[in-house]
Design a protein. Structure first.
Length: 234
């Protein structure tokens, strides 16, 4: 019974620290955390004394059990110490499994909101986004000065295209086109959400893809291209 209680306490302490990511050293531990550690240490010490009590083969067997428990505790401590590296490894694995266009949350321990996009087989980065709450796909284009929407998708996002004046020229990766300026309530890519975004609606028939241009990208904390991945940090 004492053995199972020890197991339970060790697992509870480990789970607590993995979920909170707090208590970088024993000296930083206070309150409930300190009592959890003290209680765990007391139970473990009592269990160790019970295992070592006895003689002959019984004591030898108990000593082996004690070494196993000590090894498990060391593994738990090591796992907690390298939790950041394990998190990064998990993010890299998930990035490889994420389909192109889908965003993967890769926020860090500092609370930074970040998402990662995988390159499409055609060599471009696309983002499955929500524009004014409406799902649509945007092609990342650092050559476009603004977010640019096709008329049909602008209408789906609640914009009255019939009242727009397409008189603003804009240079995109596909060449020059004429557009009409608008303001978007919001653009969301994964956990990153920007409000009141400057955008343009392209003249009908002049654009094949919606563009995620610099009016969105420059409002981010940063964006970084690295191999087959684009990381956006809000």
């Amino acid at each position: 019974m004492l053995g199972w209680l020890t197991v339970l306490l060790v697992l509870l302490v480990a789970l607590f620290y993995f979920l909170t990511g707090e208590g970088s050293s024993v000296s930083d531990v206070t309150g409930v955390e300190r009592w959890m550690l003290i209680g765990s240490a007391a139970i473990i010490a009592l269990y160790a004394l019970q295992l070592l009590a006895g003689s002959g083969s019984r004591m030898s067997q108990n000593a082996r059990h004690l070494m196993i428990w000590a090894g498990l505790i060391v593994v738990l401590i090591a796992g907690y110490s390298y939790r950041g590296e394990f998190s990064d490894l998990g993010n890299r694995v998930m990035s490889e499994l994420t389909p192109p266009g889908h965003s993967l949350h890769v926020g860090d321990a500092n609370g930074e909101v970040a998402v990662r996009l995988r390159k499409h087989p055609n060599g471009h980065f696309v983002a499955r986004s929500k524009v004014n709450g409406t799902q649509m796909t945007l092609l990342v284009d650092t050559g476009a000065s603004s977010v640019v929407l096709k008329p049909a998708d602008a209408e789906r996002a609640g914009i009255d295209v019939s009242g727009l004046s397409f008189s603003t020229p804009v240079q995109t990766a596909n060449g020059m086109t004429f557009t009409a300026p608008v303001r978007l309530r919001s653009i969301a890519i994964g956990d990153i959400v920007l409000h009141d975004v400057q955008a343009l609606v392209a003249k009908p028939g002049s654009l094949n893809e919606n563009l995620l241009g610099m009016s969105f990208l420059t409002r981010l904390r940063s964006y970084e291209f690295s191999g087959d991945f684009l990381t956006l940090r809000g």
